[in-house]
Design a protein around this ligand. Sequence first.
Ligand code: SAM
Length: 244
Amino acid sequence: MGDGEGPSWSDIAGWYDDLLTAGSGPHQTAVATLLALLPPVTGREIVDVACGTGLATRAVAAAGAARVVGVDSSAAMVARAEGHEVPAGSDVTYVVDDAQTLATLADAAFDGATCQLGLMDIPDLDATLAAVARVLRPGGWFVFVIGHPCTLVPDAVATTTPDGRPAVAITGYFDERFWRSANPEGVRRAGNHHRTFATYLDALAGAGFVLEQAAEPRATGTLSAKQPLYSEVPIFFAARVRRG
Ligand SMILES: C[S@@+](CC[C@H](N)C(=O)[O-])C[C@H]1O[C@@H](n2cnc3c(N)ncnc32)[C@H](O)[C@@H]1O
């Protein structure tokens, strides 16, 4: 177990891998959002931070990157990632490392970095963004997807408007804290760090990143069918930023 009050990422690695392999609406939406924000990757070297079981890592490789390195602090997640076939002709490797330092990676080693559904799971946001900036070449880009900090708030309560539309009641938005979902089938039972939207934007600026493009995907397909709320409010915030 993780901190004694709930599972760690390693504890749920097998469950998580099976969930994604079976087809998860939120993850399908996250990958599509990430890919839409990527600049051309053909011939580029990319690091996928908090890669988990490698869903985004392989998607970036399939988009034509010359080399993709997936990094995750959970050895169990990396072991699962290594069990997946990589796109034909691609160069995909994985390493166990802490995103807050990326100590195994050299300075200025990558053209781009991705982080899909990872930043809210890592305790020190400033250290993580500094590490990402360090391993990027000058002018390198960073594309990330996070659970939307304005809608995936710890005490959010699903509700319905008087005219029958799915909605969510938000309280406690301003209280930044670590929390776990009580849902025994929820990814967020492994815990994550609620931060305000402004905290994310200020941290990016503080690490020297400049915003190029942002996205708040509206649910379609599997996600819309299973969680119609996310056709009303965004499930994710995503952006491409660039190191100055
Ligand atoms: C929700 S999963 C996302 C995995 C993958 N990017 C995806 O989209 O499926 C969050 C991941 O963050 C990883 N993680 C949490 N803290 C980390 C840290 N300090 N350094 C690196 N990875 C971390 C976890 O092990 C887990 O694999």
